[in-house]
Design a protein around this ligand. Structure first.
Ligand code: HMG
Ligand code: MG
Length: 299
């Protein structure tokens, strides 16, 4: 049976905009987040408190976060890689954070300049302190299906790192198909293996990129397994600057079209969301890659 309701974890302002070539003005980012909230998205990942040289696109986090933190009824998680990032987020009153690990050594090195073990050691005090402050902490796990340097990633390897993230105290684990190579059978195998390792489906989220056009099929497989938290990016923006061959995230509009067609509630107004992505595409100077956005665009 499919869930009656899905919570969409909107990552456009973070996973989407971290990958833009040009500089997006802070006011445009703030308006993007406000419009997403007005379209009914209840969880909007706002920005990252990472090293500004590593992700210059999000170097304006200190200016942006105060512009949006007062939005009523919206959860605004932010990425924090280390204690320095957590300090910055706490200073601005962030209530939700996310740490981001890798299932593979190659991507841990490329994205965090750490081995997998070193990255987990870096996250341990972050999660402990965040929990002490009453914050929610999401654990992202990248390269859960394949890795551009290492090829296919064994399910047991993914589950081992995911289990360690949960043991640090994360309350949610988002399984990332960073380069978009997953297929539905692989999704089912990974979700089942997570459950067998004691990670309940209720703690799992899925994070698909659409490189091979499989993101919606993979999402359906996850819904059939009972997953109710799905990551998506408005207009299909996205990628990862430290993962070659990562293309856009699953577009939120494509996801909402499928979910509403299945009778699954999201709280999202698809018309307002599409209008938001069309507005942002105008600001970015190129069309949205989302099929649904293009189909619903006024002629
Ligand atoms: P490092 O170079 O090893 O840093 O980078 P360090 O710990 O050696 O520190 C060096 C300097 O940076 C120090 O300053 C620190 O204070 C400063 P100095 O003493 O030399 O003057 N520093 C910071 N400054 C501001 N904010 C901070 C911070 N941390 C250190 N937070 C580090 C290590 C983790 C910082 C770096 O690798 C980094 O920022 N990585 C982030 C990469 C990133 O954001 N990637 C994209 C997000 S992940 C993703 O997209 C995947 C996902 O969507 C899921 C999926 O699709 O799979 C989540
Ligand atoms: Mg991603």
């Amino acid at each position: 049976a499919l869930p009656a309701r899905v919570r969409i974890h909107e990552v456009g302002p973070r996973d989407g905009l971290q990958n833009e070539q040009g500089t997006v003005p802070t006011e445009v980012k703030a308006e993007f987040i406000e419009r997403l909230a007005a379209a009914g998205l209840s969880t909007i990942e706002a920005t990252s408190f990472v090293h500004p040289k590593w992700v210059p696109q999000l170097a304006d986090a200190e200016a942006l976060f105060p512009l949006v933190r007062g939005l009523a009824g919206v959860r605004l998680p932010v990425l924090v890689p280390n204690e320095r990032g957590l300090d910055r987020a706490l200073a601005l009153g962030a209530r939700e954070t996310a740490v981001f690990a890798s299932a593979t050594e190659s991507f841990a090195k490329a994205n965090l300049n750490r081995t997998v073990d070193e990255a987990l050691a870096m996250f341990a005090p972050v999660v402990t302190r965040a929990v002490e402050h009453g914050l929610r902490v999401r654990g992202y796990l990248s390269m859960c299906f394949g890795d551009p340097w290492e090829g296919p990633v064994p399910v047991e390897q993914v589950v081992r790192v995911g289990r360690r993230l949960m043991d640090l105290g994360c309350d949610e684990l988002s399984l990332g198909d960073t380069i978009g190579v997953a297929t539905p059978g692989h999704v089912r195998r990974l979700l089942t293996a997570c459950n067998e390792a004691g990670i309940p489906t209720g703690a799992l989220a899925v994070h698909f990129h659409d490189t091979y056009g499989q993101a919606l099929s993979n999402t359906l497989a996850a819904l059939q397994h009972g997953v109710t938290v799905v990551d998506a990016s408005a207009g299909g923006l996205g990628g990862c600057p430290y993962a070659k061959s990562a293309t856009g995230n699953l577009a939120t509009e494509d996801l909402v079209w499928m979910l509403h067609g299945l009778g699954i509630e999201t709280g999202v107004d698809l018309g307002r969301l599409t209008a938001t992505s069309l507005w942002l595409a105008g600001r970015l100077g190129r069309p949205s890659p989302s099929r649904t956005v293009r189909a619903l665009a006024p002629a």
